[in-house]
Design a protein around this ligand. Sequence first.
Ligand code: HEC
Ligand code: HEC
Length: 328
Amino acid sequence: MSSAADRKRGGVAVVALGCCALGAVTVGATLRLAPRPWPSAKANAPAIATEEYGQRLIAQTSELLGPDVADPAKRYSGSRLACGSCHLGAGTEPGTLSLLQATRHYPRFSPRVAATTGIEDRINECMQRSMNGRPLPANSPEMIAMASYIRVLGDRNAAMGASLLKSAEPPAFKTPARAADILDGKQIFDRHCAPCHGSDGLGLLAAADRIQGYAFPPLWGPDSFNDGAGMHRVLTAARFIKARMPLGKPDLSDDQAFDVAAFINSQPRPHMANLDRDFPDRSAKPIDTGYGPYADDFPVGQHQFGPFPPIQAYYKSLKKSSASAPEK
Ligand code: HEC
Ligand code: HEC
């Protein structure tokens, strides 16, 4: 934690550090506890593409891949967020947006791009959306390092068993039946979030030199995730916020998490081009995707802020009728 952050928001910074949620501390502690040596890097991988480098790339993304990096070729990220801004403890913390199990989920079919995707593709999706950047080449040392770090997390997690996965998170988020109340969300933001993320939502840099990124990341504005990111979907954001925020003592109700997620996502942020090409099969589009076209007639505003149960019911009824249709 920087001295700037300590000075400006001293009390809060101590809370954040004390609770284990800040990347470097957690990762350091976890790595020392690893029960077996890390598998050696792939024989053909460039020498620097180690798991350790992958961990640093995820924890200190701005310093290594951000817009202020000296080598323009390495400026892959369009923002000064870190991957670890959302994947807490560089992905080592169990629970929402943990990367401990990520490799088990790939390869898999991604309806967003209508293709089978691997872990490298998924990293690039976060790079282009959550980090508002450009994709890393599959054979770059940075991609190899991040992918092997995430694989090693998975291996180690399998070796340690389920106990590591038990988390102290609040009960899972349940979608309220009503539309989100953005004005109420603003009040929740002012009270519960502004002390760290700033009353303007633009976060607090770790140091005056911007390359080190944020002590408290922005929730909107030009340096935040773009409108094609998962965090820009109100239910994804609400799930994360309910489980994880305020950092160190998540205590919002479902209704509060829903409203504050809507408030954050009603604020300006970078726009991603060609979003209308996502989800070629529109019926596979998550119902809280904030941009069309859709396979239904509900207005965009309802996809952004609810109420969601009518949309859910519509797709459920479609599935039922197609399931009961005679096979061809
Ligand atoms: C603004 C928040 C945010 C940032 C920053 C971010 N991600 Fe993500 N990431 C997400 C969300 C949301 C998901 C999707 C979870 C889901 O599918 O429900 C995700 C999913 C992933 C997954 C797939 C996990 C799984 O289990 O399937 C990987 C791997 C991943 N991110 C890696 C990265 C990397 C590497 C970076 C940095 C280059 C990064 N993310 C930056 C929010 C973020
Ligand atoms: C105690 C300080 C603190 C408070 C209070 C807090 N956060 Fe955070 N938040 C953080 C930190 C620090 C991170 C980045 C995690 C990391 O670097 O380990 C973060 C990350 C996030 C992220 C993902 C990264 C990004 O910039 O989009 C979101 C979304 C978020 N917080 C929303 C909220 C909301 C909503 C509230 C209020 C309900 C809140 N936070 C309250 C400290 C805080």
